[in-house]
Every structure is written in structure tokens, then in C-alpha cells.
Design a protein around this ligand. Structure first.
Ligand code: RFL
Length: 386
């Protein structure tokens, strides 16, 4: 016999779990189907920077205890290049908003515990293979589940996207042609702020995750094998790009994770069909250059929770019909800013005919960010906001 739930949610990442929690708070019967084990999803290190809207959503809905206890507030970032370094205290620019740094795996752990506490059902180790958007039926390795609504929160490679008819939904996609080696180190942060280093060898980034863990990014060739980057090579290339001879040494420690991240972005429009709605990376993948993916996921989960609650408790589907229209402008604005960051942080490939021209443009953009208050306000507002 098929499992039944009013709302079936595919995927237990930030999108699915925030949605599940908000629906449970409104008394709505939910079932989350997750491909991974509980252990796997609770240890998957990814995002860390939560913007002001995410902190508000989590706080207002009683999901912020862990974040408030051990999240760190960040209000400054720094840019380094051959000309020197400057800091932007974005907490005092734009709308005066700050980031809270709280590792995604800790957030996911908190959200699962709270969801279960609220009486939510979740099945781990269940891989969804097919979704019927017309009947809200989901097929998986454990059989079949039926809902009144299905929400695909299964990431950018999940099945829910494929359940949208190709002639009705458009996928606007861009491969930025850039790859990062994303590295987690067991080392305290080397600088007080997030630091973006622009170098002819490629971009390097430094981001705190917790007092003991720091994330670094190195722009690398797209076909590089992470195994070709042993610890010593990572630290020596970081030292070059971070210009330690000028700005002081990095605090080194063992590299605990190294993975390739291809900078890709896409947006699915519309994000819904029939009884199926997409949220998070399933609806829009955004390159990690501006740390927006989890924040967009949380924004969409809140909008959708409200719309589904109206539909279930008041038989009012107006907000559900408007779901894509409500979210897409905010998604595109984040995409635009992320794209702006990509062109700021990465130089053109040497083979490009106008590479020299583009490099000087990039320098001009950076100097405008250093010197112009209105440019800084634009940056701050978009960097933390959604
Ligand atoms: P998730 O987190 O990928 O969760 C999807 C879940 O769906 C499950 N799943 C399935 N379950 C059942 N059946 C199937 N067929 C399934 N297929 C998939 C998966 O197992 C998984 O548990 O998507 P969600 O919820 O949309 O959340 C998106 C965020 O995880 C993502 O956008 C962020 O991690 C992006 N990101 C960042 N975002 C930020 O807002 N701030 C950051 O600082 C930040 N840093 C990052 C990042 C992403 C990174 N990587 C790895 C791309 C840093 C990195 C390195």
C-alpha cells in the first residue's frame, strides 16, 4: 500500500527541512523522502554563510537555537590583489545586515531533530525515481507514496526537475567555465575576515567555518583531479595567491576535504507544474561565488510553506499559483549578483583575445568598490541580502 501524506517532500537538505518544519508548525501532515542516510546528510559539509533573511526565517520559526548558540557573526570581507588589500565593513553599509556563519551540516542536524520533534515523518535511504506531477504520486525504491502536493527539494541533479514537461518549463543555464577546488582544513582562520584574493594564477578565497575549521577555495583547471592537490601543494598555492609575503602567513592544518566545484548556474521557469513545486537547488542552482544557494533555499521554503498552508487549511490556492512569480525575481537578482562576483573574482583565460582589456576592467571595478560609497552600498545590500 502507498504511503500517504498531505505534502510529500523529496530531499532533506535545507529547502526540504525548513519547509517540513514550517508545515509541521501549522499542523500539516508531511513526509520527507531522502536518498541518503541520516548520518550522511548530517555530515555533508557545504554552505556556511547565512544571510539576514535566513537568520530571520530560522529565528521567527523557532529553528535557530543552534545557530544562535554557536553561529558567528561576520560583517567584514577583504579583497587582495597586486595593488594591496582593502576591507569592506558591509555591516555598516547598505542595509547594515551581517552574515551568521553556521555550518550547513549543523543546521541540517538541528532541522531534522526539530522536524521529528514536531511530529514530522522522514524516511532515509529512499531514492525517488519518478514523480507524477498531475497526481502527486512519487515512486521510489520502497514502493510508492501519494500526496495532495509534492515538493521537489532534491537538488540540481534530482528527479523533480525532470518531472516538469520540457515544453512548459525552460531551464536557463550557464556554465561559467570555471572550477574551484573547495577545501576544508582543520585550521583556525588566518584572517579576521572573509578574504577574496585576485591573482594571475587564479582566484583564492578564505572563509571561516568555525573556530577550528576554515574553508579555502582555489580556482583550478576544470579537468584537475583533486588527488593531484596534496596538502603541501594546496598550502603553497594559497600562500602565493594570498600574497603571504606581504600580508603574513596562513595558519595551516590538515586538509580534511577537497572537492571540485564547477561554477554553474541555472534557473527553472516556472518552478511548478500541476501538484509539483520545486524549491532550493532543484529550482535554481547558483554558483557558490556569492554564498547564496542555501539562503535562496530557505527563502523559497518560507514562501512555499505559507502558500501550501493557505491551500490546505483554507482551500485558497492563490499564493500557490503565484509561487514562481513570487520567487523568480528574487532568484534572478541573486543570480545577477553572483555573476557579478564571478567576473570580479576570476580573470579571463590568457587565450581570450581581449584578456588584457578584461583584466584592466576588473582592476577598475575593484578600485571602484574600494573608493565609491554607492558601489559599496550596492555590494553590501546584495552580498547579505536575497
Ligand atoms: P541539497 O542540500 O542538495 O539537498 C538535496 C537533498 O535531496 C536528496 N536527494 C534525493 N532524495 C530522494 N530521492 C532522490 N532521487 C534524491 N536526489 C537527491 C539529497 O540526498 C539531498 O539530501 O539541496 P537544497 O535543500 O536545495 O539546499 C541547497 C544548498 O545545499 C546549496 O545551495 C548550498 O550548499 C550552496 N552553498 C552555499 N550556500 C549558501 O547559501 N551559503 C554558503 O556559504 C554556501 N557555500 C555552497 C557553499 C555549496 C557548495 N558546494 C558543495 C556546491 C559551498 C560549497 C562548496
Amino acid at each position: 500500500m502507498a504511503d500517504r501524506a498531505t505534502v510529500l517532500i523529496v530531499g532533506a537538505g535545507p529547502a526540504g527541512l525548513v519547509l517540513g518544519n514550517l508545515l509541521r508548525a501549522n499542523g500539516i501532515d508531511t513526509l520527507i523522502l531522502e536518498r541518503g542516510s541520516r548520518e550522511r546528510v548530517q555530515t555533508r559539509a557545504r554552505a556556511g554563510f547565512l544571510g539576514a533573511n535566513s537568520a530571520r526565517v530560522l529565528t521567527e520559526h523557532g529553528l535557530a537555537a543552534g545557530m544562535l548558540r554557536s553561529g558567528q557573526s561576520h560583517d567584514t570581507c577583504a579583497f587582495r590583489d597586486a595593488e594591496g588589500e582593502f576591507e569592506l565593513n558591509y555591516g555598516e553599509l547598505g542595509r547594515g545586515e551581517v552574515h551568521t556563519v553556521y555550518p550547513q551540516q549543523h543546521l541540517v542536524t538541528d532541522l531534522i531533530a526539530e522536524y521529528l520533534h514536531r511530529g514530522g515523518r522522514i524516511r532515509f535511504d529512499v531514492t525517488v525515481t519518478e514523480i507524477d506531477a498531475a497526481t502527486a504520486t512519487v515512486r521510489h525504491n520502497g514502493g510508492e507514496s501519494r500526496g495532495r502536493f509534492v515538493v521537489g527539494c532534491d537538488g540540481s541533479n534530482g528527479v523533480s526537475r525532470r518531472a516538469l514537461p520540457a515544453d512548459l518549463a525552460t531551464r536557463h543555464a550557464r556554465d561559467h567555465g570555471i572550477a574551484w577546488l573547495a577545501v576544508l582544513t582543520e585550521a583556525p582562520q588566518s584572517m579576521t575576515a572573509v578574504t577574496y584574493a585576485l591573482h594571475d594564477n587564479g582566484f583564492a578565497g578564505h572563509m571561516a567555518r568555525s573556530p577550528q575549521v576554515t574553508r579555502y577555495y582555489l580556482q583550478v583547471c576544470a579537468d584537475d583531479d583533486p588527488a593531484a592537490w596534496p596538502d603541501e601543494r594546496i598550502w603553497s598555492e594559497l600562500a602565493i595567491r594570498m600574497r603571504v609575503d606581504r600580508f603574513g602567513p596562513l595558519r595551516e592544518g590538515p586538509v580534511t576535504e577537497r572537492r571540485m566545484v564547477r561554477l554553474r548556474s541555472d534557473v527553472v521557469d516556472p518552478m511548478q507544474h500541476g501538484r509539483l513545486f520545486l524549491a532550493g537547488d532543484a529550482a535554481s542552482l547558483i554558483s557558490p561565488s556569492a554564498a547564496k544557494g542555501a539562503n535562496l533555499a530557505i527563502m523559497q521554503a518560507e514562501v512555499l510553506a505559507r502558500a501550501l498552508t493557505d491551500a490546505v487549511t483554507r482551500e485558497d490556492e492563490a499564493a500557490l499559483r503565484a509561487y514562481s512569480r513570487t520567487c523568480l525575481p528574487r532568484i534572478w537578482r541573486a543570480q545577477e549578483f553572483s555573476h557579478w562576483m564571478i567576473t570580479l573574482l576570476h580573470g579571463p583565460a590568457a587565450a581570450e583575445p581581449d584578456a588584457g582589456f578584461q583584466r584592466v576592467l576588473r582592476r577598475a571595478r575593484l578600485s571602484s568598490l574600494r573608493d565609491s560609497r554607492s558601489h559599496q552600498d550596492f555590494f553590501a545590500e546584495n552580498y547579505v541580502g536575497i
